[in-house]
Design a protein around this ligand. Sequence first.
Ligand code: ZN
Length: 645
Amino acid sequence: MFIAVSVLSLVVSPSLVAQTTVESVDVDMVKRIREEGLERSKVMESISYLTDVYGPRLTGSPLTRIAGEWTKDKLTEWGLENAHLESWGPFGRGWTLEGSSVNLIEPHFTSLIAYPKAWTPSTPKTIRGEPIYLDATTPEELEKFRGKLGRAIVLISPPREVKAWFDPPATRQTDATLLGLANADVSSPRRRRPDSSAAAVSPSSPASPASPEQPSNATPASTDSGASPASNPAAAVASATDAAPASRQVGPRGPQSLQNDKWQLAYDEGAAVVLEPGRGDGGTVFVASATLPRRADPARDDRSPSEGGNPFSRGPRPWATDPPTIIPQLVLAAEHYNRIVRMIQKGAHPKLEIDIEAQYYDGDPNSFNIIAEIPGTDLKDEVVMLGGHFDSWHAGTGATDNAIGVGVAMEAVRILKTIGAQPRRTIRIALWTGEEQGLLGSRAYVADHFGSVKVPQRGEPASGSDAPRERQKPTYELKQEHEKFSAYFNLDNGTGKIRGIYLQGNEAVRPIFRAWLAPFADLGATTITSSNTGGTDHQSFDGIGLPGFQFIQDPLEYDTRTHHSSMDVYERIQEDDAKQASIIMATFVYQAAIRDEKLPRKPLDGEVITAPSIPAPAETAVLLSPPVVAPVVPLPALEAQPVGQ
Ligand SMILES: [Zn+2]
């Protein structure tokens, strides 16, 4: 039953032909979705399996594949069709932590809170010794440590100041913040997600590939945070400011350069293990992947993704199949790290005992996305997609980042199957891996199924053009499925309930989303913002002109406590919020699947080439073009590592 709600709107079609229309909402189905999702929810059960039983889900790890099989089987059990793990790659090596112990053993014993960074190797044996604190604040001071770091335990960063929590760690959007979003100008892209390393892609900009959520720890702020400053501009700035006052006092080359010099020295001299203070306090530690030094490569493309740079050109990755040597490295709870520094400074000669056991998996360099469908009816060759990233970092169990997004998307399709929804278009759920390393899984899927974009590189003339790069336009190579696509809806901003949606610069969808949100005003989801948000998988779609959207959510404890932290665990999921998000996701997907037209699109600004499509068979490896994993280079000389954007 379709009932037109009272939303009469001027819809601007892609061809900019104005027409008056009424966006219909199937209020009977919305009612049934609400009942099923609020009264018989399975979202918390799904999330418990994804975290307690199958977490963490680091891309490439054996446990992630087991989790993927469980998810595929669960979707099949719920009646979805064509559920499969769709291979993409090559990604690189898998990695699993098998043991870790860090203790203060002299002058007395204390066990310390510490987590190895992902893809760190085992220590060859248990390491015992008095650590060396690299308290240099200038390159000249650092030189005094040359020749002293071989086989040493190195404290590589300044201590972090840990302040009292005068503000609550959990917050919701306020009327003021929602009003700010509603009034936002599309010309000022909003980095809604504080950890989105990929700058928001402006509607007029070419589809920039996104950079990893956590590209590296090799900067002062990210070193102390375990999360890249790019991916968390506000928090990382605060963190760096609060945490590393000494590092801001260095000479003309700046603190980041000095921190890189410290890492280079540790690698050059063969330090036994490197320790950093983590962002977080009270037992929460933020941890991501191991820091590698970088080759000074003049040909390297250091432009940010928002400038059209390719994040995968930026040096070796610790998960590469043929990586350079990696020094064992851990992130300590800030309070424990600070204490050791203070003991050293007071001449107390602390001695540490460190043991790391880790396992690499080199058998299959490919990873996978999880795909399943509810087939459509009269428009079944067209598709509406929903999802979120399946992978996580490794210190917690990846609950708010992003078992919640997976659980909500799974719940949305479970609700629709359970109430017998008959969508006109095919509804396809997609759960990505490799997101934390740079939206790799979704980018691979989009390239394989819908198309890709070529952005002129620095110094590279556009085809037959002498125009400067800023004036050059990208080339879109689109597959025929591009035309059959309606929309993708993503959830990846933590456990907070949905408060609205980002238009991603696509004003034509505003009246449509206004109508779809209308039934959820009582649940707090009312805001539509012109601004963009970045840092997650909807960008892979948006980047080639496909409508891809991310919801506005309440931040809750995302930046303060859970995102990429050791305490990103089941308890941090808020059940009522998860249920609310599930029913809104189900409604958006269903409405998109039953309306007469596909969702309107933003125009593509560039040359468009539509190629005949040759669908890749499922269950086979899909090689990407261009390859997304950077070529591996030998252990290099270090230079300033670009902080993500
Ligand atoms: Zn995430």
